[in-house]
Design a protein around this ligand. Structure first.
Ligand code: GLY
Length: 420
């Protein structure tokens, strides 16, 4: 079959890598892709936020299956457009993707189905939001309601930080995403990510992971999109996963179906785990990045069969076959990230690294220029390995990092520390 993946980051490189290994794949196109993806698939430079453009491209290229990677095309209704055109599609409708695109909507759903989550209040102007923070005190969590490229959640450890966040959001720092603000009670515990495929009725858990959001070793410094991840997440035990399914995920899927907006795709539940129980932190309507990289490394070619079963409403017929292994990915970023960084620096040494079922460098922000791989993003490479133990996966991944010649890049040296 001919498959189109929308997106151009490490998540989409990992999806393409896994899907390419499946014999069902004839032609694989990734839009827009990147320099690493171009080594295993065709790349197409189209506007992936425009549903009509994507549909026309699919028709011209006889695409049989569309997989939507990032949240922005989902929120823009691209999966609605491809489905309306009769194309088999993996990814929720814009109405269902509100589980990521609106923090207030997610809270509404949690209220409706009694899913455990932090207490909250919603505000559309600064004065009452500020009064709420003053009444509650810190720590407290301030969230822009809409999509803000991972930057709209402030875990404020002081009242002053929370008040500044409110002023920034209502001051327009996040544009329309900050027109409504959700203020949540601070939750203690350990965070982990739980990934569930759902066809709107059936649900299939496909793995757990933990990422490292802070830029510096020891979980210090500013927040990022994620500096590394590993799977499985030992804190998310089978018993906690079962409780999260029963109390959070399944009630959410049922509530979305009841409202006439069934959720089809991957549901990424960010969970806070404390005293053997999970509470919902947030939902995302897509695979995590870089969590997808470790999930795909462990799933391999079967990922396509699972995504197809999800899109075709056949999830009750399939199961994920896990090896009893571990995978870990290290993000190499441009120096300065998550602040200002230089683009266009040259990365050497990648061609000498192994590309096997247990070691792979996924590209997140690269371009090929004059025969060289150059860095064009903040997060640039995802150096990924699997092993019989997490320690083995970590040692393999850092050995690969050390073989990459990129003076303008950096990474954390402690990915996986919580689980080791
Ligand atoms: N790594 C966090 C995310 O994908 O949202």
């Amino acid at each position: 079959m001919n498959i189109l993946i929308l997106g151009g980051g490490g998540r989409e490189h990992a999806l393409a890598w896994a899907i390419k290994q499946n014999p069902k794949t004839d032609r694989l196109i990734v839009a827009p892709g990147n320099a690493g993806i171009a080594l295993l698939a065709e790349c197409a430079d189209i506007d992936i936020l425009n549903g009509a453009t994507v549909v026309t491209f699919c028709e011209e290229n006889a695409i049989d299956f569309v997989i939507v990677g990032p949240e922005a095309p989902l929120a823009a209704g691209v999966a609605d457009a491809t489905r309306a055109a009769g194309l088999l599609t993996f990814g929720p409708s814009a109405a269902a993707a509100r589980l990521e695109a609106s923090k207030a909507f997610t809270k509404e759903i949690c209220d409706a189905c009694a899913a455990p989550t932090a207490g909250y209040a919603r505000f559309t102007e600064a004065a009452s939001a500020r009064a709420h923070v003053k009444a509650k005190g810190a720590p407290i969590v301030v969230k822009a309601d809409g999509l803000a490229a991972g930057k709209g959640v402030i875990v404020a450890m002081t009242e002053a930080e929370a008040l500044d966040a409110i002023d920034d959001m209502f001051g327009g720092e996040f544009g329309a995403a900050g027109a409504e603000v959700v203020i949540e009670d601070f939750m203690t515990g350990e965070e982990a990510s739980f990934f569930i495929l759902t066809d709107g009725v059936n649900a299939l858990p496909i793995g757990t992971a933990q990422d490292h959001k802070r830029v510096g070793d020891g979980d210090t410094g500013p927040n990022t999109g994620g500096m590394g991840a590993y799977s499985p997440a030992p804190v998310l035990t089978d018993a906690i996963a079962a409780q999260a399914m029963a109390e959070i995920v399944l009630p959410t899927i049922q509530e979305m179906a009841r409202r006439g907006t069934p959720y089809q795709g991957v549901l990424y539940a960010g969970l806070m785990i404390e005293e053997g129980r999970a509470r919902l932190v947030e939902y995302n309507a897509r695979f995590g990045d870089p969590e997808c990289q470790v999930l795909m490394m462990r799933l391999g070619a079967q990922a396509l069969d699972l995504l197809l079963a999800c899109a075709e409403g056949r999830l009750s017929e399939v199961r994920a076959n896990w090896a009893d292994d571990h995978a870990l990915t290290i993000v190499m970023a441009a120096k300065g990230y998550p602040g200002a960084y230089t683009k266009g620096t040259v990365i050497r040494g990648l061609e000498a690294l192994p590309e096997t079922s247990s070691q792979m460098v996924f590209h997140a922000g690269t371009t090929a220029r004059d025969g060289a791989i150059t860095a064009t993003g903040g997060r640039v490479l995802n150096v990924t390995a699997r092993g019989a133990t997490l320690a083995e996966a970590q040692a393999r991944a850092y050995a690969m990092v050390d073989a990459i010649d990129w003076p303008e890049g950096f990474c954390r040296r402690d990915i996986g520390w919580r689980a080791l």
